[in-house]
Design a protein. Structure first.
Length: 125
């Protein structure tokens, strides 16, 4: 199964329809329109390269991500698009990947804390 940043099948279908409309627009474009589309594509690729060159997430970016995740909980329409807009320096793909990393780190911290409490309780006995 392919994972997507959308919460529901309807959102996936709407995103797919939007992509298909955009492809039709590009296919039927005139000379000037084709140049504009090419420029947009170049700008998007440049943004992705810039983000890849940035490397590690800064603490400020991670804080913005956590705040945005809390602000846009699961079930919001286009949740990941809104979250990505809050961290404009990163691509949607990067935002989703980092959010998975943050969730994993939080789970690891919770497990470590529970284990430490269990060990402390055993030491007291």
């Amino acid at each position: 199964m392919i994972k997507t940043p959308y919460a529901s099948l309807e959102e996936n279908e709407a995103a797919w329809d939007k992509i298909m409309e955009r492809l039709d627009e590009k296919r039927n474009a005139t000379g000037a329109q084709k140049e504009a589309f090419a420029k947009e594509d170049e700008e998007e690729k440049a943004k992705e390269v810039k983000v890849e060159e940035q490397g590690e997430w800064s603490p400020e970016e991670t804080a913005k991500l956590i705040t945005a995740i809390q602000q846009f909980p699961a079930g919001n329409d286009q949740r990941w698009m809104y979250i990505q807009e809050a961290i404009a320096s990163r691509t949607l793909k990067s935002v989703i990947y980092q959010s998975l990393e943050v969730v994993k780190q939080v789970e690891d911290i919770k497990k470590a804390k529970a284990l430490a409490e269990k060990n402390a309780a055993k030491a007291i006995e």
